[in-house]
Design a protein around this ligand. Structure first.
Ligand code: OGA
Ligand code: NI
Length: 341
């Protein structure tokens, strides 16, 4: 049994000891929910205003590592359907979800659908777990992996197939703008990228002050696009946690650690975490765009006076095992790949 949280949390009146975080990890300080996270209007990314929108996006990545996008072209109906499908998925009977269950400890980045509870990834000890279940699988361009996706709810493959195609399109728009903002050739990010769906389900929690949906971390992939409707996401800005106010029909976009490497240190990857609440479960649909091979500072960004800050590494072979091995809290996963000045 994988011990999925969503199978038993509704029956709990108290946070079990397994999910009570050590004192220093608990989210006890008050956190302000802000609406200052930049909002980028992708509808303006095509016309005369493009250069200004690209600048806005780069500034957002530099200052916050996060922004929200509107007018992204993903139909509202599809966003609603995808959210419904995932909520239904997480409320399926335990036996159904068990088909995909994996121990967090055996968690590797293979394609086939898998589920796990909480995450030991960013943690010192298996004894303390986060307040979330995750469903994760690849979403390959050729669509061949779709037969490994969940087949319940019955419209899962159809809805999520369409959704992941749309999100791939959006990710290309964003990465095209990142390439332009960094002064790289337009197709810089077009090759060698993988896509994963990583969907978090954070049940309502009897005592949110004792636990976290997921602890502070930086994402290991290039960019993440999150669909959310319930508050819970917080980001670390100037050493202070701030809450991201959900915006209807918008997506949250953030940069992961490889973007810092490719931009040779120009673009931050910002730590974030998720808090729980007593009344609402929260489902967040993550589209993770991942490098497939080599990650290194873009050649166009290094030269005399601009030495590379990072070594070249293979994302799947060199980086991911280190990232998953933990002890790699926040930006530490990049440490072994840094070149000392
Ligand atoms: C993640 C993550 C944020 C959220 O899955 O890496 O940070 O809002 N999720 O659920
Ligand atoms: Ni994350």
């Amino acid at each position: 049994m994988a011990d999925l949280l969503s199978n038993y949390s509704s029956k709990l009146e108290a946070v079990p000891p397994s999910h009570c975080l050590p004192l220093h990890e608990r989210p006890v300080d008050p956190v302000e929910i802000v609406n200052t996270i930049p909002v980028i209007d992708l509808g303006k990314a095509k016309g005369d205003e493009r250069p200004a929108v690209v600048q806005q996006l780069m500034k957002a990545f530099e200052e916050y590592g996060f922004f929200q996008i509107i007018n992204h072209g993903v139909p509202e109906k599809l966003m609603e359907e995808a959210m419904k499908v995932y909520k239904e998925f997480f409320s399926l009977p335990a036996e159904e979800k068990e088909r995909y269950a994996k121990d967090a400890a055996n968690n590797t980045a293979t394609g086939a659908a898998k589920m796990y509870s909480s995450s030991a990834k960013h943690y010192d000890s298996e004894e303390h777990r986060y307040w979330r279940d995750v469903l994760e699988h690849s979403a390959n361009l050729d669509g061949k992996d779709r037969e490994t996706w969940p087949d319940k709810p019955s419209r899962y493959r159809e809805v999520i197939g369409e959704y992941s195609d749309e999100l791939r399109r959006v990710s290309k728009v964003i990465l095209g703008m990142v390439a332009e903002g960094l002064g790289l050739e337009p197709g810089f990010f077009d090759k060698g990228l993988g896509q994963r769906m990583l969907v978090n389900h954070y049940p309502a929690c009897p005592d949110p002050s004792l636990t976290l949906g997921v602890g502070g971390h930086c994402d290991p992939n290039l960019i993440t696009i999150i669909q959310q409707e319930v508050y819970g996401l917080q980001i670390l800005k100037d050493d202070k946690w701030i809450g991201v106010e959900p915006k209807p029909n918008a997506f949250v976009v953030n940069s992961g650690l490889p973007i810092t490497v490719i931009s040779n240190g120009k673009l931050a990857s910002v730590a974030h975490r998720v808090v729980t609440n007593t009344t609402h479960s929260r489902t967040s649909i993550g589209t993770f765009i991942c490098p497939e091979n080599i990650v290194e500072p873009a050649k166009a960004l290094v030269g005399p006076g601009n030495p590379p800050q990072f070594k070249s590494f293979n994302w799947g072979i060199d980086f991911m095992p280190h990232y998953l091995s933990k002890k790699s809290v926040y930006h530490a996963a990049l440490e072994p790949f840094k070149i000392d000045a």
